[in-house]
Write a protein that binds this ligand. Structure first.
Ligand SMILES: [Fe+2]
Ligand SMILES: [Fe+2]
Length: 174
C-alpha cells in the first residue's frame, strides 16, 4: 500500500500543486467572509472537505486532483446562508446552493466534467441524483463528516460556556 506521512495542507506539495490556482484566487479567499457551521468559515470548511477527500482518494488510488479541486469549490455559493432566505425569499439553500456554487466555480476556474459533477451532486441524498463518480461519493461523505465535526465542536463549546463549566480535561474544550 502507498504510504504518505501525516502532514499539513501547506507542506503537501502535490495537493498545493493541484489546488494552487484556486487557493491563490481572491474569490476563494472571500469564503473567509462567510460562516458555514458554528464558528467555521466557508473557506476553512471547504479546505477541510477538500483535503480530507484528497487524502482518501490518494490512498485509494482514485483521482485525488478532482477531489482536491471539487472539495475547495463545492460550497462556492458566496452568501451568508443564515440570512439569505430572509433577505431574498429564497428559502431552499440546501437544495439550490450546489448549482450556485457550480455556476460560480465555472465562472472563475477551469474544471473537468467530473469535478463539475462532484460539485453539483455533493448534497446527495438531500438532492435526489447521486454523483457519477467514486470521488463524488467520497466528497459527499467528507462533506457530511466535516460538517458534523464543525457543528459538534460549536455545540460543545457553547454548552460548556452556557453551563459555566471550565473543563478539567483541557482537550474537551477544544
Ligand atoms: Fe454544500
Ligand atoms: Fe460543504
Amino acid at each position: 500500500m502507498k504510504q504518505k506521512d501525516s502532514q499539513t495542507v501547506e507542506s503537501d506539495q502535490q495537493y498545493m500543486e493541484y489546488a494552487a490556482d484556486i487557493l491563490g484566487h481572491d474569490i476563494f479567499q472571500s469564503l473567509d467572509d462567510y460562516i458555514q457551521h458554528g464558528k467555521t468559515t466557508c473557506k476553512i470548511h471547504c479546505l477541510q472537505v477538500s483535503y480530507f477527500s484528497y487524502r482518501i482518494c490518494w490512498k485509494a488510488g482514485l483521482d485525488a486532483k478532482a477531489a482536491a479541486r471539487a472539495g475547495l469549490l463545492h460550497d462556492l455559493f458566496l452568501y451568508d446562508w443564515h440570512t439569505y432566505g430572509k433577505q431574498t425569499g429564497k428559502r431552499f439553500h440546501g437544495f439550490t446552493h450546489p448549482r450556485t456554487a457550480l455556476n460560480n466555480a465555472e465562472r472563475y476556474f477551469n474544471l473537468t466534467d467530473k469535478e463539475k459533477n462532484m460539485i453539483l451532486r455533493h448534497m446527495w441524498p438531500l438532492t435526489p441524483i447521486p454523483p457519477s463518480s467514486r470521488e463524488g461519493l467520497i466528497l459527499v461523505f467528507a462533506d457530511k463528516y466535516c460538517s458534523s465535526l464543525e457543528i459538534l465542536a460549536h455545540i460543545k463549546k457553547t454548552a460548556f460556556r452556557k453551563l459555566g463549566i471550565k473543563p478539567v480535561l483541557r482537550h474537551l474544550s477544544r
